[in-house]
Every structure is written in structure tokens, then in C-alpha cells.
Design a protein around this ligand. Structure first.
Ligand SMILES: Nc1ncnc2c1ncn2[C@@H]1O[C@H](COP(=O)(O)OP(=O)(O)OP(=O)(O)O)[C@@H](O)[C@H]1O
Length: 139
């Protein structure tokens, strides 16, 4: 059975882009507990995004990425990095990147940047398995 190890989130929803927010998963169960609005749903959304590439509904306009107005920035770069063990117990890193930019006329432009799937073998040089999908614009 595959299992989750760790997830690092930066610049997604209320998780700001100035720091990396780490979530450690436990076996056989991880319970996510927190106040309303603390980011529980965001963690599940990030897991789904990392594993499938699917954004939550109605977020193609940039709502999944941390609001640039809150970041007091013109642009926010977001990243979800998931480390998991596949069914052969090989450790794999999945990395997905997004970027949101404020439009001059108002509103946001969101771009999907590079996404990687990588075997994480400490004894070997980093081995890129595949580019999950090419960068594309979602505005
Ligand atoms: N693009 C965004 N930029 C910054 N903050 C955002 C963005 N989108 C959502 N948020 C904030 O993220 C929080 C929502 O987080 P989330 O829904 O993951 O929390 P939750 O712990 O699941 O809450 P609940 O227990 O109420 O379901 C809210 O505070 C919301 O204002």
C-alpha cells in the first residue's frame, strides 16, 4: 500500500508565501484538528492537487493561491511538495508550482508552472521521473 510521508505548502490560501508550512503524516492514521479557518480543508485540497493536479472548484481565477493583496505583493508564487512511498516502498517527491499575478485592470492571472515527479533516493543522484505537465496559463 502507498503511504504519505510529508507535505510542504507555501503560498496556498491562508498559508503565506514567506514560509514553508510542513505537515507530517502518520501511520495508520492522521487526524487534522484546528479552529474554523485554520486550514484543514486547504490541507486536503493540497493533497488532492499534489496527487491529481486538480484544482478545487472555482479557483482557476487564482483563489487557490495566497491572495497577493494579503502578501502585499504584485505576484505570489505557490508550491505544494508531497513526499510519499509508492506501493514498492520507494520514496517519491511530487512538486507542483503555481503563480498568481495581479492584473493592472484588477483581478488575477494564474499560471501553472513546472510540476515534477521524482524518485527520492538518498544514495543516488536526484532522478527526475517525469514532468507531470508543462507550464500553462489558466487566466
Ligand atoms: N486565496 C486566499 N488567500 C488568503 N487566504 C485565503 C484564500 N482563500 C481562502 N483563504 C482563507 O483560508 C481560510 C480557509 O481555510 P480552510 O477552509 O482550509 O479552513 P478550515 O480549517 O477547513 O475551516 P472550517 O473548519 O471552517 O471548515 C479562511 O480563513 C480564508 O479566509
Amino acid at each position: 500500500m502507498a503511504s504519505l510521508d510529508k507535505m510542504a505548502v507555501r503560498g496556498i490560501r491562508s498559508f503565506d508565501d514567506k514560509s514553508i508550512h510542513m505537515i507530517q503524516f502518520f501511520s495508520p492514521l492522521t487526524v487534522i484538528v484546528g479552529y474554523n479557518g485554520s486550514g484543514k480543508t486547504t490541507i486536503i485540497e493540497c493533497l488532492k492537487y499534489a496527487t491529481t493536479g486538480d484544482l478545487p472548484p472555482n479557483t482557476k481565477g487564482g483563489a487557490f493561491v495566497h491572495d497577493p493583496n494579503m502578501a502585499t505583493s504584485h505576484e505570489v508564487k505557490a508550491q505544494v511538495r508531497l513526499r510519499f512511498y509508492n506501493t514498492n516502498k520507494v520514496r517519491i517527491n511530487c512538486v507542483r508550482n503555481l503563480q498568481v499575478t495581479k492584473k493592472r485592470a484588477g483581478g488575477l492571472t494564474m499560471k501553472t508552472l513546472e510540476s515534477l515527479l521524482q524518485v527520492d533516493d538518498e544514495n543516488k543522484p536526484r532522478n527526475k521521473v517525469s514532468l507531470l505537465h508543462d507550464p500553462s496559463s489558466c487566466d
